[in-house]
Design a protein around this ligand. Structure first.
Ligand SMILES: [Zn+2]
Ligand SMILES: [Zn+2]
Length: 304
């Protein structure tokens, strides 16, 4: 059993190379594996190791002058979730495709705690709620009444805002994402357009909101970027099977290795189609069983 830590922090890092060197030494000494992104705008990581090693890691991070006060999210995992340790320097700690010089975390929307956000939704009938995630994430779970952009990748978010500015004109806008990291700069981007009256974001995202209000305004499942795929928050099912339209929110990756498409497929369609997404993929694996995907489709990544 391994402990997994997910975290991020936006902070000015003048010398990313130095921080990377320190992280490499620290993680190697603690036998932690995973993926860490360092940029001049901050750090974003997912690391896994023994409970003891993770405790020590958090302790050292907390004592670092630039990295104290991180809200670590811990989960447990069977086996070895990461094959190795990979620490890289990038321009952005989660890629929106806008330079941090142009769109800075320092210009982010006002942070609201889960209880402040809950109260705002309860009392402000005019509030516009904006999902900062991709369509496949919001399909299975979202805040009641939220606007859900039809995008496949966070890099498409700025373009979505550019084309839909009218939705936010003179409005108070509350943004959210899975764990908060995307909204930091996505809210700054929306603010940079100068159309919304006020832009808020939920600190800690759906993760922290749903902990405080499991039966609150967020309905359905929280899509996550690890082997779990989705974490049920409450029993609402918001989506339907891509093959038969029955109510379902179970994502499956087509087992034909040449396809691997992730679709919502209900249990009976999974059984009928041998866990493939279509008749043609089904025929391919029936004709050649060696083409069945052997490895899990995804491992944990850094997106929060
Ligand atoms: Zn179905
Ligand atoms: Zn397929």
């Amino acid at each position: 059993m391994k402990t997994i830590l997910l975290y991020y922090k936006y902070t000015d890092i003048q010398y990313p190379a130095q921080l990377i060197k320190w992280q490499k030494e620290l993680c190697t000494r603690l036998a932690l594996k995973g993926r860490i992104i360092v940029a001049t705008e901050g750090i974003n990581g997912t690391v896994a190791g023994t409970q003891q090693a993770c405790q020590e890691y958090m302790h050292h991070m907390n004592n670092h002058p630039l990295l104290s006060g991180i809200d670590f999210k811990q989960s447990m995992c069977e086996g070895e979730p990461f094959p190795r340790l990979r620490i890289v320097e990038k321009e952005e700690i989660t890629r929106m495709g806008k330079s941090p010089q142009e769109i800075s975390y320092k210009d982010a929307g006002t942070h609201l705690s889960p209880s402040q956000a809950h109260e705002l939704i309860e009392t402000n009938q005019e509030l516009v709620i904006l999902d900062g995630r991709n369509k496949y994430e919001s399909a299975i779970g979202r805040f009641k009444g939220a606007i859900t952009p039809d995008i496949e990748n966070f890099r498409d978010f700025p373009d979505y805002i550019d084309k839909n500015q009218h939705l936010f004109k003179d409005k108070q806008v509350l943004m959210y994402c899975t764990g908060g990291i995307r909204c930091e700069r996505a809210s700054a981007y929306l603010k940079s357009k100068g159309v919304a009256q006020q832009v808020y974001q939920i600190t800690g995202g759906i993760d922290r909101y749903a902990q405080a209000y499991p039966d609150g305004y967020f309905r359905g499942k929280n899509y996550v970027f690890d082997g779990r795929i989705a974490v049920p928050i409450n029993n609402d099912i918001l989506s339907s099977c891509a093959l038969c339209s029955e109510t379902s929110d179970d994502y499956h990756n087509c087992v034909y290795a040449g396809c691997n498409k992730q679709l919502i497929i209900c249990a009976s369609c999974v059984a009928q189609n041998n866990a493939t997404c279509s008749q043609s993929c089904r025929e391919k694996i029936l004709n050649n069983p060696a083409m069945m995907r052997k490895t899990p489709h995804k491992t944990a990544t850094c997106i929060l």
